[in-house]
Design a protein around this ligand. Structure first.
Ligand SMILES: [Zn+2]
Length: 235
């Protein structure tokens, strides 16, 4: 059963006007987390998410607490930290920020036009990440949404979750890609809003499902992809 959470009020991570998406729809941190869980983009306590607000004095990042379940996320499960150093500014009880906070910080330090990072572990995309031969990487463009909304996708080798090594390798890859697969682990996506990261993660999962299940799958042609990339770059 979902834990009761307060909606509205002055909390920076609950106000509906705080996290405006680029489109018509808006989502708060909690709305986004519950939707992500309902859509199966994370499993039990897997995954973590952060949202950064850049200020000339005192940028802040809000991140899921270690061990938090997206399906039951409540305001107490979000830890407020300084950005970019990640010092805890506010936490409920003895909650600690996700052990993968460093990965989020490193990514947003580099991708400072983005503000939201989601580490997800959806079934089909993670299947591909575990069968990491690299051969599927160039085949994810099976639907137009991949080149248009997601672009090219990066991959990194396995490192221990929460380690500096993982944070650094993922951030290096995320400098060039909005979505990075982590071998035998899951995926990370960076975007400009909660809606943006959810959309990219959902399209990656759909394309992965098509590749895993499909027989005789045809990818878009190089020309199809080039045409879509042209539109993507005009966005
Ligand atoms: Zn992880």
């Amino acid at each position: 059963m979902r834990r009761k959470h307060q909606v509205g009020g002055s909390s920076p991570f609950l106000g509906s006007d705080t996290y405006k998406g680029s489109g018509m729809l808006e989502m708060t941190f909690l709305d986004a987390a519950h939707y992500i869980a309902e859509k199966g983009l994370v499993c039990a306590s897997s995954g973590n998410m952060s949202h950064c607000r850049y200020e000339s004095h005192g940028s802040k990042i809000w991140v899921t607490a270690t061990g938090a379940w997206f399906s039951h996320l409540c305001v107490d499960d979000i830890v407020e930290c300084s950005f970019p150093d990640g010092e805890v500014l506010r936490a409920h009880s003895d909650n600690k920020p996700s052990s993968e906070l460093k990965m989020h910080l490193e990514i947003l330090r580099i991708r400072n036009k983005m503000n939201t990072v989601l580490h997800f572990q959806s079934p089909y995309a993670t299947t591909l990440a575990a069968s990491f031969t690299g051969s599927w990487l160039g085949r994810l463009s099976v639907i137009p949404e991949i080149p248009y909304y997601v672009g090219s996708i990066g991959c990194v080798d396995y490192s221990t979750p929460g380690s500096d090594e993982l944070a650094e390798s993922v951030a290096e890859a995320a400098a060039a890609y909005d979505v990075v697969f982590m071998k035998n682990h899951g995926q990370i996506v960076v975007g400009t809003s909660f809606m943006d990261v959810i959309q990219k993660a959902s399209f990656v999962e759909l394309a992965s499902m098509i590749l895993v299940h499909g027989q005789g799958i045809q990818t878009l042609t190089d020309q199809n992809v080039a045409d879509l990339v042209k539109y993507r770059n005009k966005k």
